[in-house]
Ligand binder design. Structure first.
Ligand SMILES: Cc1ncc(COP(=O)(O)O)c(C=O)c1O
Length: 295
């Protein structure tokens, strides 16, 4: 690491202490913007282009014009990783609507503002990867897709923040958000999977995109890994019943990777220990990130 963390601020690398943003930025005033979280493993950025594609889709969905090409932003990310001499770490790539007037009109913000932070992240303490997480059902509902699609990775994370507060109040690390129909969507910062009993065997299930959730890059990688390993993977609507009756539950995310869940709402899942399927997928994911496919 250089002596000081360097932040990419719309084209210029500056020391963290000098990385400032306007109080008139609509990202701050209105949560108007989009972002991505990425990982660096062995100096390689995992699925960089996939994250950039999702960023562009998020931006397009809220009519936000990113003032760079994908190639330019890819170079900016690589430059920031190199400048911070990071072998392993986390990247936060943020695009705000930019600086405007106090009014909400986004057309008063002439240019979007982009910044890139390269740092570290630990979503859950290490012991949970062996012991498994306890999670709760959140009373805060998932954002309705007709208000703001949860597929947009936007700067509006308040529903997730409220669910996280509920989790903390309950003494656990994570919370599941349900949609207005009562179906499982995802967790505060992760996607969710269940291993379910079927016809004497097992299938893996994860909520479908139409339930209202972020299309996790890790979710898609894990679906691929599971299918390659011979598991049947479904994307069927899930209720609380499907969580309570699951043999195993695990979460996936860029920050969290693959992490087992052993309790939901105080009830033990399966035999109350991280399951074999979860263990296998954790191993396969670890193998995959050792080689960190860039795309
Ligand atoms: C709400 C939410 N769901 C799911 C995920 C997992 O997505 P990914 O695997 O792309 O990190 C995240 C990650 O930040 C998230 O914030």
């Amino acid at each position: 690491m250089p002596n000081e963390q360097l932040i990419w601020m719309d084209g210029t690398l500056v020391p963290a202490a000098d990385a400032r943003i306007s109080v008139f930025d609509h990202g701050l005033l209105y949560g108007d913007g989009v972002f991505e979280g990425l990982r660096i493993y062995n100096r390689r950025i995992l699925k960089l282009r996939t994250h950039l594609d999702r960023l562009w889709n998020s931006a397009r969905s809220i009519q936000l014009r990113i003032p760079y090409t994908e190639d330019e932003l890819e170079q900016a990310v690589r430059q920031t990783v190199a400048a911070n001499e990071k072998q392993n770490g986390y990247i936060r790539l943020v695009v705000t609507r930019g600086s405007g007037t106090l009014g909400i009109n986004p057309y008063q913000c002439p240019r979007a503002f982009v910044f890139i932070i390269v740092g570290d992240i630990q979503v859950y303490p290490a012991k949970f990867y062996q012991e498994g997480l306890s999670i709760i059902s959140s009373a805060t509902l998932q954002k309705h897709p007709a208000t703001l699609s949860p597929r947009v990775k936007s700067l509006n994370y308040l529903a997730n923040v409220l669910a996280k507060l509920e989790a903390i109040a309950a003494g656990v690390e994570e919370a599941v958000l349900y949609n207005a129909q009562g179906y499982v969507t995802e967790c505060v910062v992760d996607n969710i999977f269940a291993v379910q009993r079927r016809r004497g065997g097992q299938v893996i299930n994860t909520p479908p995109l139409h339930a209202g959730l972020l299309e996790g890059v890790t979710r898609n990688l894990v679906i691929e890994l599971a299918e390659q390993a011979g598991y049947e993977v479904h994307q069927n609507d899930m209720t609380r019943h499907d969580l309570y009756s699951a043999q195993e539950i695990f979460l996936t995310g860029t920050g969290a990777e693959v992490v087992p869940v052993v309790k939901v709402d105080g009830r033990s899942i399966g035999d109350g220990k991280p399951g074999a399927v979860t263990g296998e997928l954790m191993r396969l994911y670890r193998q995959l990130i050792e080689n960190a496919p860039e795309d």
